[in-house]
Design a protein around this ligand. Structure first.
Ligand code: EPZ
Length: 416
């Protein structure tokens, strides 16, 4: 298993370019199931999760070709409507094939995603919505068996906003008979990107980006030719890398308006951030101020930035309260950052971080994607050497992270 070795203490300087958003690319790739043809998707990040989705679509009979940052999918023949456990267990986002498969083929057999490090992450709301649209769904032997001769438009209200739940049902509704209303829908930019991709295929969708989305079913769609939005979580991660090392970094090809909550909180913490149209300049202060955050659905503070922000607060001046309100177990990084000298106490869904002067490098272990990003950030700031094990977690969501950080002057290398 690869490891990352980081010699910390260097202030990052220079420019970095943000890749396409993993959490937009995955649903857009799944949308290619909806209609036969040759699909071209651009600005795709080169990540393990993208390859996993490509292999799953190929397993279903689709042509899949990834070259540089472009993926070509050929969906003329679907020879299997099954998403086996082996795929779903490595990437829960495989569940995104359920809605489009049901809409196109009238049936789908998708393994129930197990839990994961950050929580139980059920998909009951995905299933509730599809049943309202007329699907017969049985859960047997760990699989979702779904059938629907023709999905019908329905009025669906989510108990809580679910990103992939909104995406699954939005895709299914594009080919359903009549109108579908999604209420308490997720507003994340990745949901909007998927809606834009579906509209470019000829789908009729109103309200994406708000809590109420209306989809009017059509009889057929055209193949995709679409460019994926920039990754706001990679953007936020590099913003914190600049701040935590007292650096000065220009972040290019990003969408600053999608990171308002994080920008506001980082400015409150004393970080100097200049916003341009599609780039940001971030300068880290001498000393970071401690502030409190609470994660929330978009446009609130993103749960996917909670671990990274905790690394920043671990060397801030004072105490900060970090409350995780989306997932029930998203503090796996705490024990590891503590090994580097942080003083953090967890009580239920709130972590109290008492800032220390500096962290000290140590051997640590990644447990999930964003936790591993927080360990990299802590390693960049720490005095001495940090070795991060199980780096495959980070490769799922960050394209060429060590190369991008080396380009900013950090002393980081991958040990194969
Ligand atoms: C998406 O996961 C993202 N993944 C996650 O990013 C992100 O953390 C999450 O949204 C929240 O923003 C992708 O887009 C591929 P949810 P998703 O359904 O859709 C509960 C990363 O780091 N819920 O919005 O699985 C659920 O348990 C990943 O890139 C139900 O109860 O998250 C959670 O508490 C990690 N029933 C809350 O809703 C359901 O049917 C939000 O989950 C669905 C969800």
């Amino acid at each position: 298993m690869d490891k990352l070795e980081i010699e910390g203490g260097t202030g990052l300087r220079g420019k970095v370019t943000i890749s396409g958003a993993k959490n937009a690319a995955l649903p857009v790739m799944a949308a290619s199931i909806l209609t036969p043809g040759e699909h071209y998707i651009y600005n795709i990040p080169i990540l393990r999760d993208i390859t996993t989705m490509g292999k799953l679509l190929a397993h279903m009979g689709m042509g899949y070709h990834l070259e540089n940052e472009e993926v070509i999918l050929q969906s003329n023949k679907i020879t299997s409507t099954e998403a086996p456990y082996d795929f779903v267990k490595t990437m829960r986002a495989s569940v995104l094939v359920l809605g489009p498969m049901l809409a196109r083929m009238g049936e789908a057999k998708v393994s129930l995603p197990g839990g994961c490090a950050i929580g139980a992450r059920p998909i009951n709301l995905h299933i509730m919505g599809l049943e309202k649209m007329g699907a017969q769904i049985n859960l047997t032997e760990g699989y979702i068996h779904a059938r629907a001769r023709k999905l019908k438009g329905a009025s669906i209200c989510f108990d809580i906003p679910t990103v992939t739940g909104t995406e699954n049902l939005m895709m299914a509704a594009t080919l359903a008979e009549g109108e579908t209303l999604l209420e308490n829908a997720a507003c994340e930019p990745e949901v909007v990107d998927l809606a834009n991709a579906l509209k470019s295929m000829g789908a009729k969708i109103e309200g994406a980006g708000t809590n109420t989305i209306t989809i009017t079913g059509v009889t057929s769609l055209n193949p995709l030719k679409y460019t994926i939005v920039a990754d706001r979580i990679e953007t936020g991660t590099f913003m914190i890398a600049a701040a935590i090392t007292g650096g000065d970094v220009v972040i290019n090809r990003c969408r600053p308006e999608q990171s308002d909550a994080l920008i506001n909180k980082m400015r409150e913490a004393g970080v100097d951030i200049t916003v341009h149209k599609d780039s940001l300049t971030v300068r880290g202060p001498e000393r970071i101020q401690s502030i409190d955050i609470k994660t929330a659905p978009y446009p609130g503070f993103p749960t996917d930035m909670q671990a990274q922000f905790m690394a920043l607060m671990s060397i801030a001046d004072g105490s900060s309260l970090i409350t995780e309100s989306i997932f029930e177990n998203r503090f796996m990084h705490v024990a590891e950052i503590r090994r580097m000298g942080a003083t953090i106490r967890v009580e239920g869904s709130t972590a109290t971080v008492r800032g220390v002067k500096n962290l000290v490098g140590a051997p640590v272990m990644a447990t999930d994607l964003r936790a591993s990003a927080s360990l990299v950030l802590a390693g960049l700031a720490a005095k001495g050497k940090t070795i991060i094990d199980r780096v495959y977690h980070i490769d799922r969501g960050y394209e060429k992270i060590e190369e991008k950080l080396q380009g900013l002057g950090s002393r980081i290398r991958r040990i194969r």
